[in-house]
Design a protein around this ligand. Sequence first.
Ligand code: ADP
Ligand code: MG
Length: 697
Amino acid sequence: MMEKVTEYFGSMVFDDRVMKARLSESVYKSLKRTIDRGTPLDASVADAVAGAMKEWAIEKGATHFTHWFQPLTGLTAEKHDSFIAPAPDGRVIMEFSGKELIKGEPDASSFPSGGLRATFEARGYTAWDPTSYAFVKDGSLYIPTAFCSYKGEALDKKVPLLRSMEALNKQALRILRLFGNHKVRSVRTCVGPEQEYFLIDRDMWKQRKDLIMTGRTLFGALPPKGQEMDDHYFGTIKPRVAEYMADLDKELWKLGIYAKTKHNEVAPAQHELAPIFDTTNIAADHNQLMMEVMQKVALRHNLVCLLHEKPFAGVNGSGKHNNWSISTDDGVNLLSPGETPYENAQFLLFLVAVIKAVDDYQDLLRLSVATAGNDHRLGANEAPPAVISVFLGDELTDILNAIEQDIPYGGTKKEKMQLGVDVLPKFRKDTTDRNRTSPFAFTGNKFEFRMLGSSNSISCANIHLNAAVAEVLRQFADVLENAENFNTAMHSLIQKTIHDHKRIIFNGNGYDDAWIAEAEKRGLLNLKTTADAMPHICDPKNVKMLTEHGIFTEAEIFSRRDIMLENYVKTVNIEATTMIDMAKKQIIPAVAKFAANTARNITKKRNAVPELPCTYETKLVTELSALIDAMDDATSILEEKVSALKTKTNILDASAFVKDEMIPAMDALRSSADTAESMTSEEYWCFPAYDKLLFGV
Ligand code: ADP
Ligand code: MG
């Protein structure tokens, strides 16, 4: 019998429905107050909630509980404790206290802290985030938590994300009050992350050390057919993939994740899954959970789900589109143009605030998505470029121009527009915009930040985005709160903001080389790699903004830079050593064997017919021998780079070295190996090639 989705949706989640049913009215009410307003929970309430959670979790088959957190590794972490406690008669009882729910103390010394936590106080603690529901998975009760050092420094991505949401809430409320809105109690950001991924056959995956060790192919000549036919995009889903997707949906639905849209993507073997948007910190938790479940469910189908940003060179990479909006607790989307002059003016004010925030903090947005993996997409002739710009569509851009220049819009006879008095001219909500080349696109009632890598946590991008917008709203509120005439002041503030920041608006093709040149003329940043981008987090203007809004302390900012750069260096170093291993033990021997066999064929043929020229074989052997030598040389050079990297003690030097020396050495080795692959008989090749990986499911 088919179960009904409506019945099993959220069945593994301790959600509001369950809380209402299982908690006493007074406990439920005080928990709700904590969830909605952040008021501290008292101990007796915590015990009652913990007791109800435990009973519920045990009914769902849980024997353990774990605090679930997001350390700076970019993955999630968990440490499971069982509920059991000894009973006097030698048996056990199942226990779970409010204290255990609220606070955990994982031995955290191995998580990256960037020097924030001295080893003598290696312990950190985890603190329950009651705004994100607990859930049962694999026999454990999972409790979403924040992760801090004993001094209270954030060691994770959730703490600063919550802080950034609070900063934006505070400043946005100031603006809304100026518009006379005293009803709204809170403003939050919402995110719907569209997640791209590749699916490949697991038996083939097992044969590739590069996929196993690094999540991407480090070698591989392009197949005769790639994505040039565009026949995969939105194409029919193959049965094995369809079964995977159905299974995945079901698992996600049980966990209360609104998995909504699924389709094939541009590249062969590439797909996308989008959930319905949710409050940002929940969307972030769900996205982490989604990535984990995607990988786990794949194994059941003898598939491997690749979340790497660039699993295959020369084939489209995978990103994550962060659809972001701001809305009030009474459900008004502040990025949606309203009907009345006042709503319109408010919309425009928030719109230009985002535009200014993106312009002022291009560097923070760029570096929030910088990883070794994503460097293969951004700035590497792929969607989107490393230069940040905002797409508004032609009509909205024209409206902003008209406002800035105080001229009538669209050549009509109408008078110039007075904001707060006139209704905004209707413009087409360009939701169908297929300008997929824009890194930051306005799509009618939300912005779509498209630079995130497929494996990135969405937290970093949203921390910086929320913080930057909070800062601009602060500046706006400071001006407007002191204005004599609100309308006039707002009008000129919007005009001035458009004037000062229109350089960031670009509606054209972001892949075009001409745009990169134009962007440079406009003074926009082009931070091509992680090594270029990451140090900017410590620029005084960024430190000032992030600390003033309480997102990070200065120590946290410096530690984060170091952790992210260490991550970059380590990732590339593992790739380099894996390449050396594969070149020496697999590729060079395979090519050598094929060359030797071809050479033997020359001898055999000449034994039969002495005067045979054997032109083909001779040419092949000569070329293959030259490639073997080239690979051998390139491997030695790469080995030298790996040794040299060990001597770099400063992380800035190390990351610059990786970018300037190591990656080019890897590219050189790959280039000769890929040429050799294209000339070597399939029968001799040492692992599944691109055509098999990409078309094998
Ligand atoms: P596409 O970008 O492919 O056109 P959709 O328009 O369906 O896709 O939206 C993509 C994502 O944007 C989905 O996750 C959706 O839930 C999310 N989304 C829609 N409206 C909003 C909003 N107001 N705020 C944040 N995310 C939103
Ligand atoms: Mg999209």
